[in-house]
Ligand binder design. Structure first.
Ligand SMILES: *Cc1c(COP(=O)(O)O)cnc(C)c1O
Length: 385
């Protein structure tokens, strides 16, 4: 057993990021300015995005997207229970009603075959989440959206570098929201990106910054002017040049990060695939998984302990894990407001009891990976039924 704790997902910040941040701090401009602009441009080039807006979180990107689309009180937005609370909180923020649709049992993504029966004449948008980095069935979801005249806002917090049918997530014209939170595949400590159609992004940019028709950098630079107009009571969601300094280098390193993630996933898969008490995650042939999370599922009938005890056993062996996610309908706010019962979304609920996210980050050494594998196998052997 290893004696040093393996954390679940630490960031990997190098000298390049540090030097770039210092360069920004020593410059005359530390908030939204030239480095944010460069980060947006390089992001667009990398992912083939029509246009991009850097913000201070994915939550900000989701909120801005819904407001820009004009979604509000009286409207309904269809989403998944198997997500982080932010995906659903933003629907509440705009005063709309979240309508949950259960997930598919293999990918744990929203089940496209169950979406149509949840559509009413109030439905305005579908907000799918690319769970763990495995893209949702976008073609089916786009078809439904077209048929019922709905928007599609993608929560791509896990899906940077993921591909659906050969195309990067974020290369489409509908709003797509990325997260650069500390644990995500690309981090700026806190941060996010909203991509989509250039006209939409232009409106979103204004709404994300006080609803002002001109941003501060343009106002305060030499070619700028003091004059601006407030056209909407907007938000304060801008990214700083300090964050963009980190993001620019993380984007440079992303391909290597992703290659290493996949190596680790392959090591996990080959170690666990023949163990009956475990179920390894899948990757459908038409997608490229971004492997933000490695979600292992326990076949509980084969074990004498439950998931929570399994996590404790791993912790005792110095392995840090997590659970993604506690389904939305179990949280008191949503449970009480909408009267949800655990089995209202049975696939999400049953899988919630079985899932464990194992450590997965590019800085993991092979030794770290072997130690995780050894610990998991040890727990299975000890508690096999
Ligand atoms: C991390 C995460 C978010 C929120 O991202 P922030 O950048 O922290 O706002 C939203 N949705 C999902 C699925 C996430 O995992």
């Amino acid at each position: 057993m290893r004696n040093k704790f393996i954390p679940f997902s630490p960031p990997w910040i190098g000298e390049e990021e540090i030097n770039e941040v210092v360069d920004t701090l020593k410059s005359d401009w530390i908030t939204t300015g030239p480095k944010v602009k460069k980060f947006e441009e390089e992001f667009c080039r990398y992912f083939n995005s029509p246009s991009a807006l850097a913000l201070n979180s994915c939550t900000a990107a989701l909120h801005t997207a819904l407001v820009t689309l004009g979604i509000g009180p009286g409207d309904e937005v269809i989403t998944t229970p198997m997500t982080f609370c932010a995906s659903v909180n933003v629907i509440e923020h705009v005063g709309a009603k979240p309508v949950l649709v259960d997930v598919e049992s293999d990918t744990l993504n929203i089940d496209p075959n169950k979406i149509e029966s949840a559509i009413t004449n109030k439905t305005k948008a579908i907000l799918p989440v690319h769970y763990s980095g495995h893209p949702v069935e976008l073609d089916t979801i786009y078809d439904i959206a077209e048929k019922y005249n709905l928007y599609v806002v993608e929560d791509a917090a896990h899906a940077i570098h993921a591909k659906y049918k050969g195309r990067f997530i974020g290369s489409s014209n509908n709003p797509v929201c990325f997260s650069f939170y500390a644990t995500k595949n690309l981090t700026t400590a806190e941060g996010g990106m909203l991509t989509g159609d250039p006209n939409f992004i232009e409106r979103a940019r204004i709404i994300s910054l006080h609803g002002m028709s001109k941003d501060a950098w343009k106002r305060y630079s030499k070619e700028g002017s003091w004059y601006y107009e407030v056209v909407y009571p907007g938000f304060k969601y801008n990214m700083t040049d300090i964050q963009a300094s980190i993001g620019l280098w993380q984007l440079n390193k992303l391909e290597n990060f992703q290659r290493r993630r996949r190596e680790i996933v392959n090591m996990y898969n080959s170690a666990f695939k023949d163990i009956e008490a475990l179920r390894t995650p899948i990757e459908r042939p038409e997608v490229e998984h971004s492997w933000h999370l490695y979600v292992l599922r326990l076949n509980l009938e084969m074990l004498r302990i439950d998931r929570n005890q399994f996590i404790e056993e791993l912790k005792n062996r110095n392995i840090g894990t997590s659970v993604h996610f506690i389904p939305i309908h179990l949280h008191p706010y949503y449970r009480d407001k909408y009267g949800f019962k655990p089995n209202d979304f049975p696939v999400a609920y049953e899988n919630y009891l079985k899932i464990i996210s194992l450590p997965l980050y590019p800085r993991m050494s092979n030794e770290d990976v072997y130690d995780v594998i050894e610990a998991v196998i040890d727990v299975v052997k000890k508690y096999r039924r």
